[in-house]
Ligand binder design. Structure first.
Ligand code: HEM
Ligand code: HEM
Length: 134
């Protein structure tokens, strides 16, 4: 029988995957744009939109689909909100830092630290909420 936590986990998994593919779209368009304009200083932004946005989030979605009890847990919800609120801030502040606004570097670092915190909760979540009987 599917519990409330598990059905919430399946719902969260879909959300992770749909948001991830939006990052893929933004990431590849941005990759084309930086290549066409020869603005290679923005490669780290392109790389991390694709890797923290598309790759990490799609993988989280697939994992949470496989293990919905983890996806729908409180740790799963904290992971979702920390990652999804901090990543756009991190990418925009990194972009503008590299575009010549060094005062935004501290914001990029702070937002990155929030992402790292989210990943730490993801790690704990998978250890706590994935069991053999899943
Ligand atoms: C059509 C899609 C894409 C375009 C046009 C594109 C374009 C580029 C360009 C022009 C660079 C700089 C290469 C250089 O001169 O060093 C680059 C680097 C990079 N791209 Fe993409 N990219 C695309 C898709 C992706 C995807 C889907 C990912 C990850 C899932 C990705 C990850 C990276 C990474 C990690 C780097 C940095 C590589 C390094 O440090 O040498 N890219 N991309
Ligand atoms: C909050 C998390 C992360 C932080 C703070 C971070 C930070 C950094 C920094 C400072 C660089 C050097 C950029 C430069 O050369 O100017 C870098 C490069 C790189 N990172 Fe990350 N990273 C994070 C997450 C990840 C993840 C999850 C992946 C892979 C799934 C990844 C893959 C890469 C790759 C491939 C490069 C080399 C391409 C580039 O120069 O941008 N990073 N990262």
């Amino acid at each position: 029988m599917t519990t409330t936590i598990e059905s919430r986990g399946l719902h969260m998994a879909q959300l992770w995957i749909k948001l991830a593919v939006l990052y893929l779209l933004v990431g590849v368009v941005f990759g084309m744009a930086l290549a066409a304009s020869r603005h290679f200083e923005f490669i780290p932004v392109h790389a991390h939109i694709n890797l923290l946005g598309w790759a990490s989030m799609a993988l989280a979605g697939v994992i949470y689909h496989l293990f919905p009890r983890a996806g729908g847990s409180r740790l799963g919800l904290w992971h979702f909100w920390l990652h999804n609120l901090a990543l756009p801030v991190a990418m925009l502040s990194l972009f503008f830092t590299l575009a010549g606004h060094p005062q935004l570097e501290k914001l990029a670092i702070a937002a990155s630290a929030v992402i790292v915190l989210g990943v730490a909760l993801f790690t704990i979540n998978l250890f706590v909420n994935i069991h053999v009987q899943d």
